[in-house]
Design a protein around this ligand. Structure first.
Ligand code: NAD
Length: 293
């Protein structure tokens, strides 16, 4: 490990926070994980543990590395646990108010020079930087889902991000064995600027009755050679995250082509958020995904 990062704090132990914690611990970093309650933090660490055990069973990881990685992860019930962190990554819910509160509370608890990053999928890095009290040491480090599997990480500088912050973040990603692409700070950056309108269009295709859930996903899997259909992928990402990204694109670029599909809004209002709530465009409760339309 060559970067000046050793200790990492993570805010948010949802699907992304857990994945980030796991890859960091496997790469030899010490990781402290925070969420809204001790129960959530505990559940997050239990999930990471179960994931690592499955990797051992499949022969993808040896027992000594599993044990060492798990030993590097600790719960952080308050930001005081981040006092010695070199880097804190915010991976909480995709909601600007939530993120602004976290980032403004976090700043004073960190040592000077510590870097703060956000894993936001879409929100302006420059705008979030403004509440951190350290915009020069703030950057977007956007991991892909699922973090342990996906090779890419997008790096996004805010207007004030210093070169040192950028270079340190780049080295950190290299230390994780992942590949960086650099994106300018525009709504949804590169991957989601392209991917989410495609998913939203798939939902319109469903909404307008052009095809069923199954027809749309099969069409894109076999007709465009995508590994997953767009509705399957939406469920995997989380429909609340998809909606938030579309709203940021719609508001940020002021173009009606980014209007979130009303059917997506309806699913989110119903609390059908995809895999994480067991129901979205598919119902996962029986173990076999069943289309909900
Ligand atoms: P998630 O809903 O699985 O997890 C979010 C977590 O944040 C929850 O555990 C929640 O309790 C926690 N949280 C909410 N408010 C908090 C607070 N004030 N303090 C601490 N924790 C808090 O969401 P996710 O999919 O893990 O997304 C997290 C971030 O990663 C979002 O910014 C999202 O846009 C981004 N992201 C998501 C994906 C994806 O495919 N889901 C991919 C890349 C980036």
């Amino acid at each position: 490990m060559s970067s000046e990062i050793r200790k990492i704090g993570i805010v948010g132990a949802g699907q992304m926070g857990k994945g980030i914690a796991q890859v960091c611990a496997l790469a030899g970093f010490d990781v402290a994980v925070n969420d809204v309650s001790d129960e959530r933090i505990g559940a997050g660490i239990d999930d990471i543990s179960a994931h690592l055990c499955r990797a051992v069973e499949r022969g993808q990881l040896d027992e000594a590395r599993r044990k060492a990685a798990l030993g590097r992860i600790r719960p952080a019930s308050s930001y005081a646990a981040f006092a010695d962190s070199d880097l804190v990554i915010e991976a909480a819910t995709e909601n600007e108010e939530v993120k602004r509160k976290i980032l403004s509370d976090l700043g004073p608890t960190l040592r000077p020079g510590a870097i703060v990053a956000t894993n936001t999928s879409s929100i302006s890095i420059t705008r979030l930087a403004s509440v951190t009290g350290r915009p020069e040491q703030f950057i977007g480090i956007h991991f892909m889902n699922p973090v342990p599997k996906m090779q890419l990480v997008e790096l996004i500088r805010g207007i004030a991000t210093e070169d040192r912050t950028f270079e340190t973040a780049k080295q950190f990603i290299a230390d994780l064995g992942k590949t960086v692409t650099v994106s300018e700070d525009f709504p949804a950056f590169i991957v989601n600027r392209i991917l989410l309108p495609m998913i939203n269009e798939a939902i319109y295709t469903l909404y307008e009755g052009v095809g069923t859930v199954e027809a749309i996903d099969t069409a894109m899997r076999l007709g465009a050679n995508h590994p997953m259909g767009p509705l399957q992928l939406a469920d995997f990402i989380g429909l609340d995250v998809c909606l938030s990204v579309m709203q940021v694109l719609h508001e940020g670029l002021a173009d009606s082509k980014y209007r979130p599909c009303p059917l997506l809004v309806k699913y989110v209002e119903a609390g059908w958020l995809g895999r994480k709530t067991q129901r979205g465009f598919y119902d996962y409760r029986s173990g076999t995904p069943v289309p909900t339309r």
